[in-house]
Design a protein around this ligand. Sequence first.
Ligand code: ATP
Length: 357
Amino acid sequence: MLGITLENVSKRFDQVTAVEDINVQIKAGEFFTFLGPSGCGKTTTLRMIAGFYYPSTGCIKFGDRDVTFLPPNKRNIGMVFQNYALFPHMTVAENIAFGLEVRKMSRDAIRTKVAKALDLVRLSGLGDRKINQLSGGQQQRVALARAIVIEPDILLLDEPLSNLDAKLREETRAEIKRLQLELGITTIYVTHDQAEAMALSDRIMVMNAGKVQQIGDPISVYARPSNRFVASFIGETNLITATVEEVNGGDVVVKAANHKLVGLRSNANKGVSFAPGSRVVLSIRPEAFRLVNDEDVANIVRGKVGLAEFAGISVSYLVQAEQIAVKAMVINSGFQVLNRGEEIALTVNKNDIYFVE
Ligand code: ATP
């Protein structure tokens, strides 16, 4: 097991800066995800770790070893791509054995290792099948088996579930997690799917436009987004602009349109100013809202239902509350759904308000 360090890593292609000044330390055995929209530099960063690209500046280390300019075949990495990249004319076993044959391993050793890898990805018995006789999910498992059979120090997975349908994605996702836990291998996973990132990762690096936006475990990235981009890219949120009225001990009182809201001073990013009159931006998750009941006296937002969507376990409301549009997801609604145009009153705990800016 090896940790991975990126120090001031940038990559330029002619005029394009694909990745700018990345600094991150991935721990040995960690499941670490690069998450961001298309074109943010995830794959470029992964390819530098694999050795397919060399950084324009900066350095990459595996453990204490500087690998910045080491060719890919000297890095002992296993890699899985979105399109599987299997050899279609070869059998499952031949595909998995390929990397071992390149390493000139004995026939017996290869047979044992291939059988073990097939077992690990739950494909025992399918070794003699041709690749084109397998489903997409099975092909992706072969790709996984081929990556791990060489006993790599590091596993790199680039959008490995993209070509699978929704149900298979979830199944294969669970398989990948199980396998990673079983092998304890340092793993980097690339995806643009925030739900996938949250479900799988020990930590996530959120990227946008070639730059790191935030690094943290799924809960902290969700609950304490470092900026507006992270707040809206991870899950859904309401970003509400407000003006600070006063600070009362640990509480901050703000006004958004005519709604008075109280949040916690400690629930804020560095640099947020709470001087009276300052402009702040609040992030409130839809599920943080509840319908007002008798005990609620504070943090009430009143408006009219613009849209109501019943989803079984929850009801989603788009609420027009004067100049502010709010999305609320009310769980446990007792099968009561307010109609469009009806008055609605929502409340939120001060704990669930986060000051992003
Ligand atoms: P996707 O999810 O679409 O694969 P990504 O986050 O992996 O996106 P990259 O493929 O790393 O993004 O690309 C980052 C930026 O660098 C993009 O603007 C892309 O056009 C540019 N880029 C990537 N590879 C090259 C290349 N070989 N030559 C020139 N520009 C490149």
